[in-house]
Design a binder for this molecule. Structure first.
Ligand SMILES: Nc1ncnc2c1ncn2[C@@H]1O[C@H](COP(=O)(O)OP(=O)(O)OP(=O)(O)O)[C@@H](O)[C@H]1O
Ligand SMILES: [Mg+2]
Length: 331
């Protein structure tokens, strides 16, 4: 059982015993954010880390189900409703040794997400959880509450599937996250005003991309221009393509990475991909993660690869099992 795991650090946490926060977003609904959050969290725990998975999707809460748990008695909704002010008291054991969960449940329909001031405290508390990794599952969309969870991540994972709709939403999500980050970075009111205007895609100033915005900011204030460039450099999303069926699907990650560089002036990394795999739905129905219940499935193997990469461990080449499985590029 999870509580049998020694919750003192197993091998020294990556940063001052604070968790490395991995936020899993993507803009579109139904693309596998929760599947990847649950399995990545379980994979990191299988590799010996102390992990907390956090479901921030108070409107579509189901991370607990993906982890094989029934409806939780306490959740982030208690924090939002002010019934509990300490996130650590919301930690639940999961069936996966080394993995604990802060669940979500469908909260107050009128105000599901925490107000922005309460969000700041909550994000701070996430950064102080007793774990090596905190894996944060985001809801769909680009609402500021979703984007703030993404920006709190030391690692921001952008999930997409090979459908054009998902790719379109991934770009929209990146743009929203990046502009929000910039708004926090700049100091002068005039420049913040420019960033606010740029958030309207059809703005009169003709700012269409982050690169256009950078030029406008540099012209208005050289100091904020420098801050802008620093914020741009430190914003490095990690791309994951989920539901891969062909070699062409795999290449999507490289294409998006090039587009980010060319049109957004942003560096992104292609963290990995996860095959479309029927074992996923079998696992969900049997109330387990694939990495625990189907560890030899393609999906589990590729999630484990991503987990190892995040932990800085080496990956031996994985052999796709299905005859139709695509070739694997060196990621
Ligand atoms: N690689 C995969 N292979 C097979 N099925 C998958 C795969 N990835 C996701 N699915 C299935 O797709 C469905 C949606 O996945 P999931 O709930 O993780 O998406 P989501 O992005 O979290 O959605 P939402 O935005 O609604 O929270 C689930 O039924 C899941 O089991
Ligand atoms: Mg989800």
């Amino acid at each position: 059982m999870a509580q049998d795991r020694e919750w003192a650090p197993q091998h020294g946490s990556p940063r001052d015993r604070r968790p490395r926060v991995i936020a899993i977003g993507g803009g579109k609904g139904g693309i596998g954010k929760t599947l990847i959050s649950a399995n990545l969290a379980a994979a990191l725990a299988r590799l010996g880390s102390r992990v907390v998975a956090i479901d921030t999707d108070l409107e579509g809460a189901n991370l607990h189900t993906a982890l094989g748990m029934s409806a939780p008695s306490t959740s982030l909704a208690d924090y939002v409703a002010d019934r509990e002010r300490d996130l650590r008291r919301l930690l639940l054991d999961t069936p996966v040794p080394g993995l604990r969960l802060i669940a979500a449940t469908h909260g107050n329909l009128d105000s599901a997400q925490p107000k922005s001031w309460s969000r700041v405290t909550m994000l701070q508390q996430i950064r102080e959880l007793p774990a090596d990794y905190a894996v944060v599952d985001l809801g769909a969309g680009t609402h500021p509450s979703v984007i703030d969870y993404f920006l709190v991540g030391d690692v921001g994972v952008l999930v997409m599937t090979p459908e054009p709709t998902s790719v379109e939403n991934a770009y929209a999500f990146l743009r929203a996250a990046f502009y929000r980050r910039l708004r926090h970075a700049v100091t002068s009111d005039a420049v913040r005003d420019i960033v606010n205007q740029a958030m309207d895609q059809k703005n009169d100033r003709g700012i269409r991309t982050p690169l256009d915005l950078m030029n406008a900011v540099q012209q208005s204030s050289p100091e904020d221009g420098e801050r802008f460039v620093a914020a741009m450099r430190s914003f490095r999303p990690q791309l994951v393509v989920n539901g891969v069926r062909t070699a062409q699907d795999i290449r999507l990650g490289f294409t998006v990475r090039s587009v980010c560089r060319k049109y957004f002036g942003l560096e992104a990394d292609y963290l990995g991909y996860v095959n479309w795999d029927d074992a996923v739905s079998e696992a969900v129905r049997s109330r387990a993660t694939i990495v625990e219940s189907h560890p030899r499935s393609d999906a589990a193997i590729y999630v484990m690869r991503i987990a190892r990469k995040l932990m800085g461990l080496s990956n031996r080449p994985a052999r796709p099992r299905a005859a139709s499985a695509p070739e694997r590029p060196a990621l």
